[in-house]
Design a protein around this ligand. Structure first.
Ligand code: NAD
Length: 478
């Protein structure tokens, strides 16, 4: 497969360079080639989005919704193919990838339905015969910059609410998700989305990002990716006074208290840590365990990890596959080496494939480092989890909050009072009792506190607040 740009309704092949994408599960195979864009392509996408804006913004909401329903139906029909391309491009196991595509379908249906829901409120006026009400109006042209780790769901949870709100979009996917992005854009095209309403520009973020943020007439930017990149985007957006949203890194903790039910806790903690090879912003990277259950929890983790199937992303049995790229492999392996020298291993998985055949990393649980250690403080974004002992619940809560990030946190306990206190006091945007740190639902707000986010929220109704602005209208009819 080859990537293409979709600008103003035309499919083009940009020519600022090529990158060959290898199958992360088997690096001797080529998955496809991506073609990189340059400044002119981004400027062209900006013009196309601007040109399409007036007509799309004045298209009645139910008609916008109908198009999103068509995209949903087509994506559902083509789910297997879309999932397969993504698994071959960035290595997420096919079973999980199919789930992600179906999440995309549900997101599209959810926002399609906004086409016939209320988009304002009537507010009593202080004068007789005055109708005062609010209505949502579009922002204009929105830049959407997405990462590779959820190559279908994240773009859709931004694009669908942006489109139903009447905006036009310039979408810059991560380089390693560009084949999947081309395939997803094709679904929007086949569903009959008018030319220029969604524009896909493939290329390197640091080359295209500056043009997009500084030279294109965008009215808002929604970004998901690393905290470093997000902070730069926020600064650029603030300097132009355009609306921005940045969803960034995490260092999420699961807290296991003495009374936790291990039959629920262990599968949930391991799923949070190792599904998608730990490459979720909401992945469990720290597990804080009360001393009374520390040994029993460690043993249960060892037992469960011995059964984990770690193989190709296309193997339907794979619990986890490889990490996405050679760069990602190198970065995560630097933390594995750090763990080998500074920490002790609690449990390790067993690869069912030759390690060198792809970007495989054996999942690892370690202990024996202090709370300030990089393994406990830095986002690793790979299949590694560090265990910290806690003296009691208060100590566990303090350890949980000792991070600059604040995306998600979970507590495992049978004590409802402690559980509820955790929900009150854990400094994270998503807090859960007896559920893994990852896996939040599309109809609920999603986002982080502290350095994990611009304090805005995505998905659910919250996304509509970002992709629209409110007008307060008053009509005197006396
Ligand atoms: P990244 O920051 O490297 O890239 C994200 C996107 O930004 C890509 O499309 C990239 O091309 C683009 N980009 C890079 N430099 C840019 C620049 N200077 N200007 C504009 N755009 C630029 O992140 P990644 O490696 O693709 O993704 C992994 C990161 O994403 C992790 O930190 C993870 O926690 C985070 N993430 C966060 C969430 C969330 O909702 N909070 C969800 C998924 C991933």
């Amino acid at each position: 497969m080859e990537s293409r740009n979709w600008i103003g309704g035309e499919w083009t092949t940009p020519n600022a360079g090529q990158v060959v994408i290898k199958n992360p599960s088997n690096v001797s195979e080529e998955t496809g080639v991506i073609h990189l864009s340059d400044k002119a392509d981004v400027l062209q996408a900006g013009q196309a989005a601007k040109q399409a804006l007036g007509k799309w913004a004045s298209t009645i909401l139910p008609a916008r919704g109908e198009i999103l329903y068509k995209v949903a139906a087509l994506l559902e029909q083509q789910a297997d193919d879309v999932a397969r391309i993504a698994s071959l491009e960035m290595g997420k196991p096919i079973s999980e990838m199919k789930g992600e595509v179906m999440r995309g379908v549900n997101l599209l249906k959810y926002y399609a339905a906004e086409g016939v829901r209320a988009n304002g409120t009537v507010i009593p006026a202080s004068q007789d015969k005055v109708l005062q009400y609010t209505k949502r109006v579009p922002l204009g042209v929105v830049a959407i910059i997405t990462p590779w780790n959820f190559p279908v769901a994240i773009p859709i949870w931004k694009i669908a609410p942006a489109l139903i709100s009447g905006n036009t979009v310039i979408w810059k996917p991560a380089e390693v998700a560009s084949l999947t992005a081309t395939r997803v854009a094709q679904v929007f095209a086949d569903a009959g989305l008018p030319a220029g309403v969604l524009n896909l520009v493939v290329g390197k973020g640091r080359v295209l990002g500056d043009v997009l943020l500084k030279e294109v007439e965008i009215d808002a930017v929604s970004f998901t990716g690393s905290t470093g990149t997000g902070m730069g985007i926020a600064a650029a957006a603030a300097s132009r006074n355009i609306k921005y949203q940045t969803e960034m890194g995490g260092k999420n903790a699961a807290v296991v208290l003495n009374d936790a039910n291990l039959a629920i806790t262990v599968p949930a903690v391991l799923s949070g840590a190792f599904r998608s090879a730990g490459q979720k912003c909401t992945a469990t990277s720290r597990v804080i365990v009360e001393k009374g259950i520390y040994e029993a929890f460690s043993q249960a983790v060892r037992d469960e990890m011995a059964r984990m199937h770690i193989a190709s992303a296309l193997d339907p049995k794979s619990y986890l596959g490889p990490v996405a790229t050679a760069d990602q492999h190198e970065k995560v392996m630097s933390y594995v080496k750090m763990a080998q020298s500074d920490a002790q291993t609690i449990a390790q998985g067993q690869l069912q494939v030759e390690a060198a055949s792809g970007h495989y990393i054996t999942p690892l649980v370690v202990e024996g480092v202090s709370v300030d250690h990089p393994l406990v403080q830095e986002e690793i974004f790979g299949p590694m989890m560090t265990m910290l002992p806690a003296d009691n619940f208060d100590d566990a809560l303090a350890l949980c909050n000792k991070t600059v990030y604040g995306l998600s946190a979970a507590v495992f306990t049978g004590d409802i009072s402690k559980g509820m206190r955790f929900l009150d006091e854990a400094e994270a945007g998503m807090v859960r009792i007896n559920q893994e740190t990852a896996g939040v639902e599309y109809q609920a707000p999603f986002g982080g506190m502290k350095m994990s986010s611009s304090h805005s929220r995505e998905q659910g109704q919250a996304a509509l607040d970002f992709y629209s602005q409110t007008k307060t209208c008053a009509v005197y009819y006396g």
